[in-house]
Design a protein around this ligand. Sequence first.
Ligand SMILES: Cc1ncc(COP(=O)(O)O)c(C=O)c1O
Length: 417
Amino acid sequence: VIVHGVDAAQLGLADFYAGDPLDPLEVPAEFMDWRHATARQQSLLARRLTMSVGPRTALRYQERICGVVNFASLDYLGFARLREIADAQICALPEWGSGAAGVPLLTGMSEQHGGLEHELASLTGKSSAMLYSSGFAAAIGTCCALLRRGDVAICDDRTHMSWFDGIRMAGARLATFRHNDVASLAEVLERHEGARRVVIVDALYSMDGDFAPLERIVAVAKEHAVKIIVDEAHSVFADGPGGGGTISRLGLNGDVAVYMGTLSKALAMVGGFVAAAAPLVDYMRYYSHPYVFSGALPPALVAGTRRAVAIARTAEDRRRRLQENARYMRTQLAGLGLNIGNSESWIIPVIFGSRRDLLFEAAERLMRAGVYVVPVDFPAVPEDQVRLRVTVSAEHTRDDLDEGLNRIGDIVVPLLQ
Ligand SMILES: Cc1ncc(COP(=O)(O)O)c(C=O)c1O
């Protein structure tokens, strides 16, 4: 027991301090106790799939293989099983080999990488783009290349962790404003008048499924002559005409200085990118350490990604199905009396407040009933807002959605009453 009188199994990472042993390579005893006491809850995380991602898949759970309806993957457009994308990788393999065997600035670039960067620049309406091996690396790399000690990075308080880590690595100061609150942003901008400042927001929030009020954020930032970085990880390819993201849907491409996106969600591939004006991207190629000092993506995988980008550019029908499925799921979940926060998208939280015990019980029972949803705990969300995160794909059929809704109705609704 970590805290006297409290059942350790009820604790989350926010509830105790894992002390620092003298040896930095020693695991804190408090963490080991917690890990042991919550083994059952933790076993719900990092499930191993036994087949490809899709609206219905299978995974290993407690020595069994369970078939599940999948509301946990971020395969928004349903590309994970698209034969054409797999074929593009397979075809590229004999020509391009298995890996890039080098960092991009020295030997890791190929015509495939250059071609994809060009296509991403065109997608985002920017004159240049650079590829990273992940979206996380793109966020950290952007901060480390552009921010210095004493600079102030002004972020929505729910901006993705990669930006907070990047700002810390750059040695810049982090100033947060209240989530999606433009008046709070204006206050923070005023408070830091005189410093070198930048505003960083997500277009679509990964845990809440609500969009940033980008038009108003752009207006306030402009009033203060501060530029904006937008993370489109969950919206690029899924939102906007031609998959250009929320920025394109709102016609703000010219108002956002740095457009960051990932290839690991709607495209179901891997890698991240940053798009901006060519001189800025060129500068970042020299100062962005996760780019300069890290191996480039395998060229055959990049070839597959290029195919995926090409398909996504004209996938209006998939984007429409995604919107319809997401709207149906939101309406039905809210109709069950569940708290879905301010979700407006394909990411739909079912918020449990502080009831971590119920959250894990719900996730476990849903898994047993053949519905895969992830429980999300601190630090991914505030400790009093733990939740199931339901994600929807264009490939879910109405039957898939109804099966999930019926099980959620049977299991989650009575638990939360
Ligand atoms: C908003 C946001 N930004 C960045 C990332 C990092 O992207 P990737 O998973 O491609 O590293 C994520 C992924 O979880 C995210 O949700």
